[in-house]
Design a protein around this ligand. Structure first.
Ligand code: C2E
Ligand code: CA
Ligand code: CA
Ligand code: CA
Length: 275
């Protein structure tokens, strides 16, 4: 590799150019993926912490590109948000998840991730109610996962939409809790049913005393405010036990189950009923 300044600059701008190119390619591929129906949903089980009974599933989006293979949602969702595809994709996710959940016993909920962009363009309410109506899923079986960035934009409007969802018995979960900067105020200003503790804190549970302290504080807060709490990214029995002992109500992670194809999720849902 060249060590002079000019060489480095050239390499750097080449990299930038190719990043922009990859992005443009991805944008075009995403449109095509939508037309060719290359998206699908997988379902990760969520369990009650104390009884370890199945409580529901989180719907997670997957895209299998014909040559790139699996593209991670962290990579393509931001691009879909830029191009506006997220509006159509988000509506499809809602309807597909509600329809799949109709195949499960009615004690189980389905949790769907919503992008801030779906709130920004004002279409989200109509999309949610259409999905519920078309699928026939009872409102109380649907949970919507939002993030702080959703709450940061158009506060008054978002607050009104969430209040309306709550009135119609749709649950709201605050995702990636603890990673933002002003989470606590949101718990008071917005009507939230559940917080989802980010995997980052769960990961540090065994050996970082700071993570332990943060999780304990979050769990105490959740229980005081009467909120349900799901810990994400639970990978070890030790983590599961610490979280359960701290009062966490639900657990999600590879220890309990990886995201499943819809048929597998359905089989698990029915097997769990007879346990
Ligand atoms: P998220 O909502 O925080 O979802 C949890 C992520 O953690 C998922 O990644 C899941 O597969 C992964 N995970 C679950 N348990 C474990 C574990 O024990 N260990 C580890 N290392 N990872 C675990 P995934 O499926 O790649 O999704 C990434 C992100 O993409 C999601 O993060 C969510 O923000 C976004 N996303 C996924 N599906 C949708 C969707 O339908 N709509 C929107 N707007 N965003 C979505
Ligand atoms: Ca989520
Ligand atoms: Ca999360
Ligand atoms: Ca996350």
């Amino acid at each position: 590799a060249k060590s002079d300044g000019r060489g480095l600059t050239r390499i750097f701008s080449d990299e930038l150019a190719s990043a922009a190119e990859t992005r443009r390619e991805l944008q075009a591929d995403l449109e095509e993926a939508w037309r060719l129906r290359q998206f699908r949903l997988v379902y990760q089980p969520i369990y009650e912490a104390d009884s370890r009974r199945l409580a529901g599933f989180e719907a997670l989006l997957r895209w299998t590109h014909p040559t790139r293979g699996e593209v991670r949602p962290d990579q393509f969702i931001p691009v879909a948000e830029e191009t506006g595809l997220i509006a159509r994709l988000g509506a499809w996710v809602l309807e597909t998840a509600c329809t799949d959940a109709m195949q499960w016993p009615d004690s189980l909920f389905v949790s769907v991730n919503l992008s801030p962009v779906q709130f920004r363009d004002g279409a989200v309410e109509a999309q949610v109610y259409r999905a519920l109506k078309r699928s026939g899923l009872p409102h109380h079986r649907l949970e919507l996962e939002i993030t702080e960035s959703t709450l940061l934009q158009k506060e008054v409007e978002t607050q009104a939409i969430l209040a309306d969802f709550r009135r119609s018995e749709i649950s709201i979960a605050l995702d990636d809790f603890g990673t933002g900067y002003s989470s606590l105020r949101y718990l008071i200003d917005f009507q939230i049913d559940r917080i989802k503790v980010d995997r980052y804190f769960v990961e540090g549970l065994a050996d970082k005393s700071s993570s332990q302290a943060i999780i304990q504080a979050i769990l105490a807060l959740a229980s005081t405010l009467g909120l349900k709490c799901t810990a994400e990214g639970v990978e070890t029995e030790e983590q599961a036990e610490m979280l359960g002992a701290g009062g966490c109500t639900h657990l999600q992670g590879y220890l309990l189950g990886r995201p499943l194809q819809p048929e597998q999720a359905r089989a698990l849902a029915h097997a769990a009923r007879h346990r």
